[in-house]
Design a protein around this ligand. Sequence first.
Ligand SMILES: NC(=O)c1ccc[n+]([C@@H]2O[C@H](COP(=O)([O-])OP(=O)(O)OC[C@H]3O[C@@H](n4cnc5c(N)ncnc54)[C@H](O)[C@@H]3O)[C@@H](O)[C@H]2O)c1
Ligand SMILES: O=C(O)C(=O)C[C@@H](O)[C@H](O)[C@H](O)COP(=O)(O)O
Ligand SMILES: [Zn+2]
Length: 368
Amino acid sequence: MTVVRVDLAARGYDVVIEAGLLARAGAALVPFANGRPMPIVTDANLAPQLAVLTDSLAAAGIAATPIVVPPGEGSKSWATLAEVIDRLLALGIERSDHVVALGGGVIGDLVGFATAILKRGCRFVQMPTSLLAQVDSSVGGKTAINTAAGKNLVGAFHQPSIVLIDPQVLDTLPPRELRAGYAEVVKYGLIDDAGFFGWCQANGAALLAGDAAARETAIAHAVAAKARIVAEDERETSGRRALLNLGHTFGHALEAETGFGAALLHGEAVAAGMALAFAYSAERGLCVVSDAQAVAAHLAAVGLPHDLASAGVDADGDRLVAHMAHDKKMEGGTLPFLLARGIGRTFLDRSVDLRDVARFLDTQRVPA
Ligand SMILES: NC(=O)c1ccc[n+]([C@@H]2O[C@H](COP(=O)([O-])OP(=O)(O)OC[C@H]3O[C@@H](n4cnc5c(N)ncnc54)[C@H](O)[C@@H]3O)[C@@H](O)[C@H]2O)c1
Ligand SMILES: O=C(O)C(=O)C[C@@H](O)[C@H](O)[C@H](O)COP(=O)(O)O
Ligand SMILES: [Zn+2]
């Protein structure tokens, strides 16, 4: 078992990583139970995992009330948020109650936001079941839904009380989803840890082929890295946490362009976005071309999008930049951009002109 502490004083919490934890989660959840049935929000693809969890809770003397929403990014919506909140209110939820988020990043972001605003703040537990959620979204307290104007535009910082990660549940995750989550693993190397990018180059294929040791190493490494960054800059005010947004300004624009859905998953968009951020950094003379090539080559080698064409996007630069207008990093009309001086040397560049980003994107475009 690995335990990583997210050190946020009164809002601090443990992230527990242990193979087989789902079946033992009931005992771990006893301190968070209140004598009434514990609500578990999950999606319809996770029926087997929900059954294991409810059995484990029952063995610990805790009844459960499942709330099942449709799978996919579409559930990060006003409609599903309202449905979840109404169900929780109907259950008579109190502020000190815990709601379990059992699922991928969609469930974690949705439940985190629902509990942030219910009665001005109820508690929640993250039980991430996708690689992306285990290495990134379950830790750090960013919660949100999407709106017609863009990605994650309505949300709150709301930390969970505990994060329970069972790497074994990844055995049933579809390969495409595993790959998408792997993009956020690679991100940690590109941000500030060139050695870990080297680890990814050496072990990424094994991880994606199901190597349990490789995936546990990646999860523990990613969680520890994210916990450190979040502890330094919980609310993304100093610029430190913004590093976790590498590839996301491009990526969110690609997600918006493709309709926030199965055409391009979040992790896939981030993969293409990171490759574009490195290509743009190389074009601006900030990093050597061979670093940008190494990033794109690794993403391509594991089957992830690594440019506009492989992301399935042929929109022009102006159109993609228009999607960036709502980016939450926007300050006084300018958008600080995550660029890189090399692998493991990401920084926030406040001198980027969005017209130049549009021009760059046009150079990357391969018209159909
Ligand atoms: N809050 C944050 O810090 C943060 C960080 C990264 C991403 N995100 C958000 O996370 C979301 C993406 O998360 P995701 O990639 O987990 O998507 P997701 O929640 O849609 O899960 C991916 C798919 O895999 C299925 N699934 C999940 N676990 C499974 C399992 N063990 N076995 C079988 N199927 C399983 C789900 O039903 C879904 O169809 C995006 O909305 C993104 O914006 C948030
Ligand atoms: O935790 C963070 O901080 C991140 O930026 C992690 C990202 O992987 C994640 O996709 C996040 O939701 C993006 O945040 P946003 O502020 O750009 O909506
Ligand atoms: Zn992300």
